[in-house]
Design a protein around this ligand. Structure first.
Ligand code: PLP
Length: 456
């Protein structure tokens, strides 16, 4: 391999994917899976009955397995490869930093740590001017919760149905899906109210969901007999990711902002999945012009490395004593070099605008192509963040998780990795890297439509 190739990997050409040369799993992939099954404890998704993908290389939007099959990563590997896998700018930054200083304990400072923090604040909403680092999204939410509770000297939290904030012990109690907690023996740590989900609002579908959801929050905070104690924080995803690309009606986030201001409640937006250009704006909440008190970021912000952060108002992030917040690796210089490069890529390649433009096109073509499919209840999206709601029939809207899983498996066998989620696990998610080649995107969307139409 030449020096040029060593530092600047290029995505496989669009024509080379998807390409299935061996029915999956081929012999090399099967050998890796068997070794994994012999050593790993239960719990990860790779322990399920279907053969998980073995990734030999990941470049741009294309994943290649050890047998030479190529897959298009339409789920961006848990919505995290936002700028594409192994972006050349990130690879160069990692190589450079790894050769100088990789591990810097959080009690010391590297220049790149400050540079990353400055870059992140440079793209953060106005008024959010402090940052605390973490490694995972769960870490960042954990930190946000601790900040909100210590700043307000209150404990209770409002979260919403279908919300997902990670699996760490600090935040798992906020998961809308009870199974997330019960699987590992944890309890709730929040009051749950219904997220305004227009397609499945319990009192009848439609945009009225936003006002109604707000009315419930208002009641919780203002009726002295609501059962609530003093609320420290409302924690919410501006667009739900794991919940199935659920987009709240206009006015909902604005209303939450007003209620939080009135009652001294800290408003926390989790932009871990919806942020970093995904919805066609740098932060999803920009669609409604709402700025939270604390915002959590992760996934794509590390450019493929483990980087997360809480960004917030100085007034909420200046009360801890030195040593109150640390992890061994939160200042990891290689991770932060990757993150700084990723922020540069987002800005220099105009990825939020690209997401908006490509997302509008894909939403239009998928909606049109699936307009008469009885088992497609709704197609919705913002930017390259698109959800396809799979139902048994359109009239009852009964969610069909089995069919959704079958569609994802068939697409996989054809070389397309689709995202999944939903309150009922029945939503197909399209959220590819924002750098995806346009021709590859169009061809993959066609293949996805064909797979959904053929699903029985
Ligand atoms: N918040 C949101 C909205 C997420 O989608 C996720 C992960 O899917 C998390 C938090 C947790 O992030 P991590 O898995 O990095 O802990």
């Amino acid at each position: 391999m030449s020096a040029e190739h060593a530092t600047t990997p290029r995505p496989a050409a669009a024509g080379s994917a998807p390409r299935i040369v061996t029915p999956y799993p081929g012999p090399r992939a099967r050998a890796v899976i068997e070794r994994m099954r012999a050593v790993e404890g239960a719990g990860p998704r790779t322990g399920g009955p279907d053969a998980p993908l073995v990734v030999d290389s990941a470049l741009g939007s294309i994943l290649t397995d050890p047998d030479g099959n190529t897959f298009v990563d339409m789920g961006a590997s848990f919505a995290a490869s936002t700028i594409g896998h192994s972006h050349p700018a990130v690879v160069a930054a990692i190589r450079d930093q790894a050769g100088r200083a990789a591990h810097v304990s959080s009690a010391a400072i590297s220049e790149v740590r400050v540079a990353f923090e400055e870059a992140l604040l440079g793209i953060a909403p106005a008024g959010l001017d402090r940052v605390l680092l973490g490694l995972t999204g769960s870490d960042a939410n954990d930190t946000a919760l601790k900040l909100a509770r210590t700043a307000t000297a209150r404990r209770e939290v409002i979260a919403f149905s279908g919300g997902y904030f990670g699996r760490g012990s600090g935040v798992i109690g906020l998961a809308g899906k009870a199974a997330v907690r019960t699987a590992v023996g944890r309890d709730t740590d929040a009051h749950f109210l219904p997220y305004p989900y227009p397609y499945r609002w319990p009192l009848g579908p439609g945009e009225a969901a936003g006002e109604a959801a707000l009315a419930l929050v208002r009641h919780a905070l203002e009726d002295p007999a609501s059962g609530y104690g003093p609320v420290a924080a409302i924690v919410v995803e501006p667009v739900q990711g794991n919940g199935g690309v659920v987009i709240p009606p206009a006015g909902f986030l604005t209303g939450l902002r007003e209620l939080c201001d009135r009652h001294g409640v800290v408003l926390v937006f989790d932009e871990i999945q919806s942020g970093f250009g995904r919805t066609g704006r740098v932060w999803a909440a920009e669609h409604w012009g709402v700025v939270p008190d604390l915002m959590t970021v992760g996934k794509g912000v590390g450019g493929g490395q483990a980087v997360s952060a809480v960004v917030g108002r100085a007034s909420l992030m200046s009360h801890w004593t030195p040593g109150s917040h640390t992890t061994t690796f939160m200042g990891n210089a290689v991770n932060l070099a990757a993150g700084r490069a990723a922020i540069g890529v987002l800005r220099d390649e105009g990825l939020a605008d690209r997401s908006a433009a490509l997302g509008t096109r894909v939403l239009e073509s998928v909606s049109t192509a699936l307009a008469v499919e009885q088992h497609v209840g709704e197609v919705r999206g913002l930017g390259l963040f698109i959800g396809i709601e799979i139902v048994s029939d359109r009239d009852t809207r009964a969610p069909d998780a089995t069919r959704a899983a079958a569609i994802r498996r068939t697409a996989f066998e054809r070389g397309v990795l689709l995202g999944g989620g939903g309150h009922h696990e029945n939503v197909i998610k399209l959220c590819p890297p924002l750098t995806i080649d346009e021709n590859l995107l169009d061809a993959t969307v066609e293949l996805t439509i064909d797979t959904i139409k053929g699903a029985r």
